[in-house]
Ligand binder design. Structure first.
Ligand SMILES: NC(=O)c1ccc[n+]([C@@H]2O[C@H](COP(=O)([O-])OP(=O)(O)OC[C@H]3O[C@@H](n4cnc5c(N)ncnc54)[C@H](O)[C@@H]3O)[C@@H](O)[C@H]2O)c1
Length: 406
């Protein structure tokens, strides 16, 4: 049945052309499902990167959900599965094979599971799965990472915060993804004048990097509740003073957006004190990495949170925010909903297919409303299920929905 509660992700249009032209399908509809499948009028190529640990388990669920939602909305997906991360290291010796990057670039959108695991932890840096992920983001030129943190009413008690603090939280962290200290040079190890070992990194931003992420953030805030908080450390860091100056300079173009600034230490505190004060947060790479993980905990489980990484043109990269969870890999315990919701973001932000996206969001809500929970979000009175069964319940919900209005 259609969900009684809606997922509260507002539809936004980032100010760039992310939507690839849809192509006419040349093949007849062969996908079967219980509901009457629409004839395919559009066809998209999707690169799937299952990766490591629980990655293949959650991608398998998301692929089935995409296929069903697509078939019900007249969309055909052509999937190409490619190795990435530890799986690629084991098969071809590098974390991001050229063929994988080429396939990703040529597709309409990329859906990633997760990468990493104990097995590769001691590898040299260029042979770590995580290096493959950084190279993929660079290779796809995705500089804007959108991470929603929404407390679903059904899961308000899963939050580590009191219900009255957590309930109703609906925020979006817009994180700069391809600049700052994670990429800045110089970086490395060395010795100081006393001969002591040192290590160093550089936080550096060019004006175009701040401007393009600020623009995405203003546009995002405009489509949400019109509030944007820029987080920095401008009381200490020159790079942050520059960040604040550029964000402030853009504000006059968005008189309808209420801009505020907050130091990152305060933001970390405010996120657990009163998270409802935030609508859209924009921040640099490292602060965004940390704050979006903190925001994720407000929602109860890392297994529920999707993300989208977008560039100026070309395919977007969509992935759950969690890692490969080696502690539960291969045990059918993973929550697939973060990846399923990432597939919904793929449809909405990557392909502009809002009806199919809504169908998936509604199906997730419906499965939760019917009481199904994986271990990470389980509480007394609900039905504990594994990854596969959760996927089957989402499919049932998607299949039984009436046509979706957006
Ligand atoms: N984008 C990515 O692929 C990504 C992100 C973060 C970490 N990693 C890598 O993943 C590996 C493990 O890292 P970690 O343990 O710090 O983080 P993690 O997100 O993999 O796991 C943290 C905890 O959350 C649980 N968890 C995560 N996803 C879950 C899900 N879908 N359902 C239920 N429980 C879930 C895990 O069981 C674990 O207890 C490392 O190699 C790390 O580098 C990859």
């Amino acid at each position: 049945m259609a969900a009684s509660t809606q997922l509260n992700f507002k539809s936004i249009k980032v100010p760039f052309h992310f939507k690839p032209a849809s192509k006419q399908s040349l093949t007849p509809d062969r996908i079967r499902c219980a509901a009457t499948a629409a004839t395919h009028s559009k066809s998209y190529s999707i690169t799937l990167l299952p990766g490591d640990g629980i990655g293949p388990e959650v991608i398998s669920v998301a692929k089935s959900v995409l296929n069903l939602a697509g078939s019900l909305e007249g969309i055909e997906f052509r999937f190409k599965e490619m190795p990435m991360g530890g799986a690629a290291l084991d098969s071809v010796g590098v974390p991001l094979p050229e063929e994988t990057l080429a396939a990703a670039r040529q597709s309409d959108a990329v859906l990633l599971g997760a990468i990493g695991g104990y097995k590769w932890d001691k590898n040299e840096k260029h042979l770590k799965p995580e290096t493959g992920l950084l190279l993929l983001r660079q290779g796809l030129r995705v500089f804007a990472n959108l991470r929603p943190a929404t407390v679903l009413p059904q899961l308000a008690d899963s939050s580590t915060l009191k219900r009255e603090v957590a309930e109703g939280v609906d925020l979006m962290v817009v994180r700069e993804l391809t600049g700052g200290i994670y990429f800045g040079k110089p970086r490395g190890f060395g010795t100081n004048e006393k001969g002591e070992e040192i290590a160093f990194n550089t936080e550096v931003y060019a004006s175009y990097e701040v401007d393009r992420i600020a623009r995405v953030a203003f546009e995002t805030a405009r489509k949400r509740h019109g509030k944007l908080c820029s987080v920095d450390k401008a009381n200490v860091l020159e790079a942050s003073m520059f960040w604040r100056k550029r964000v402030l300079a853009m504000a006059s173009e968005y008189p309808d957006v209420e801009l505020s600034h907050m130091y990152v230490d305060n933001a970390a505190m405010q996120l657990v004190r009163n998270p409802k004060q935030f609508d859209t947060i924009v921040t640099n790479n490292i602060f965004g990495d940390i704050l979006s993980d903190e925001a994720s905990m407000i929602t109860g489980s890392i297994g529920m949170l999707p993300s989208a990484s977008l560039g100026k043109s070309g395919p977007g990269l969509f992935e759950p925010i969690h890692g490969s969870a080696p502690d539960i890999a291969g045990q059918d315990k993973a929550n697939p909903l973060a990846t399923v919701l990432s597939a919904a973001m793929l449809l909405k932000y990557g392909l502009g297919e809002e009806r199919a996206a809504k169908r998936i969001e509604n199906a997730v809500m419906d499965a939760l409303n019917r009481g199904f929970r994986t271990g990470d979000i389980h509480s007394a009175g609900n039905k504990l299920v594994g990854c596969k069964e959760m996927g089957e319940e989402v499919l049932k919900s998607a299949d039984s929905q009436a046509p979706v209005a957006v």
